[in-house]
Design a protein around this ligand. Structure first.
Ligand code: ZN
Length: 105
């Protein structure tokens, strides 16, 4: 069974305790930005997401555990988690991802 490292519980837990919660690092425009957006730009914000082959930044929810949301980098080709990190931290750089990938192998 696939296990996912929860950065809040600080332990690996079975995948069944987690739910995918969409692409990470999507920032909601504030009210002023929303007012200035076209319908097309608003639709892009709401519905258009990256469809990456390889490392993808995702948001996950430990819904049957600590109930916290966190971010993860998952390889969509192998379905392996490269790293997980707490919400509010910036998008991981390619160097950080490579370092985490090497640490796992
Ligand atoms: Zn947790």
């Amino acid at each position: 069974m696939l296990e996912i490292q929860c950065p809040y519980c600080d332990e690996k837990r079975p995948e069944l305790e987690f739910s995918y919660a969409g692409e990470a690092h999507i920032v909601r425009p504030d009210a002023k930005e929303q007012a200035a957006m076209s319908d097309e730009d608003w639709a892009k914000y709401l519905f258009i997401r990256d469809n990456v082959r390889g490392e993808h930044a995702e948001r996950w929810w430990h819904n049957a555990g600590c109930n916290m949301f966190f971010n993860a980098v998952r390889d969509t080709v192998t379905d392996k988690f490269v790293m997980t990190y707490k919400m509010g931290l910036p998008r991981r750089t390619p160097a950080q991802i490579e370092k985490a990938r090497k640490a796992k192998s």
